[in-house]
Design a protein around this ligand. Structure first.
Ligand code: GLY
Length: 249
């Protein structure tokens, strides 16, 4: 999403293309649309010279094979045994595959991108938050930019990147804005027992990142212990995320 034009481009359910964010950028620049999915997105990518590749790694293939051999029900169909199933599944799905990158240049131009392979064992056809403008990414050149990694469904249900930017527009700092949007997600999670741990708190990790028009930046996680990377114009550094809940040792 590009601040000065308020244009955005996205692709979803795009298979075999290594750099989908580059296809998304072309959707923004070379089409009048915002979101292309599936076969149409692939045709668009091919037309722009992208090569199809087998992106399955050997490790992922082995995990998939085990899942297949076991005729596993460890996926996102909801079952009465879901808590147990999700506990087993979690090591495979929390692989931190999503990246959000936000930028402001010297002229005050804001832009952002979020890219992901989505969750393992998702139901085919599932689209997460990353390609949905307002959920996994949002940019308003007059205010700031925000994006997210983590539990996509939570962002889809709360339009949370849009919310982070709106909080900044109300005068909250980027970090405060990330925390406020996280609070909304934590409150809404309480309506779904399957999303809560034994202490009644969200059982998923989640992070927001934000930068405002002045170049101030911040990030917040659902849980403590995460860092994010910043280049402040002078140097690269890692910063601790603010957080809602402290993880037990
Ligand atoms: N946040 C990435 C996804 O849920 O697919």
């Amino acid at each position: 999403m590009y601040g000065p034009t308020h244009k955005a481009g996205a692709v979803a359910s795009l298979r075999n293309i290594k750099t989908p964010s580059k296809v998304a950028k072309l959707v923004m620049e070379r089409s009048g649309h915002v979101l292309l999915v599936g076969e149409g997105a692939l045709k668009f990518a091919r037309a722009h010279g992208f090569k199809e590749e087998d992106l399955l790694t050997e490790k992922a293939r082995e995990i998939w094979l085990k899942w297949k051999e076991a005729m596993s029900d460890k996926d996102y169909w909801l079952s009465p045994d879901e808590k147990k199933i999700m506990a087993e599944l979690r090591p495979y799905i929390e692989h931190y595959g999503t990246i959000n990158c936000l930028a402001k240049d010297g002229a005050g131009v804001l832009a952002g991108v979020t890219t992901t392979s989505g969750y393992a064992f998702k139901i085919p056809g599932r689209v997460g938050d990353s390609p949905i403008i307002g959920a996994g990414l949002y940019v308003d050149n007059t205010i700031g930019a925000a994006g997210s990694t983590g539990f996509g469904e939570a962002n889809l249900r709360t339009c949370s990147s849009f919310q982070v930017v709106q909080f900044m527009g109300q005068g909250f700092s980027p970090e405060e804005s990330c925390l406020k949007a996280m609070q909304v997600i934590a409150e809404k999670a309480r309506l779904q027992p399957r999303l809560l741990n034994e202490d009644g708190l969200p059982n998923f990790g989640h992070s927001f990142y934000a930068v405002n028009k002045k170049g101030e930046y911040g990030s917040a996680g659902m849980w403590s212990g995460h860092r994010y990377a910043v280049h402040d114009g002078k140097e690269n550094k890692h910063k601790e995320e603010a957080y809602l809940f402290k993880r037990k040792k």
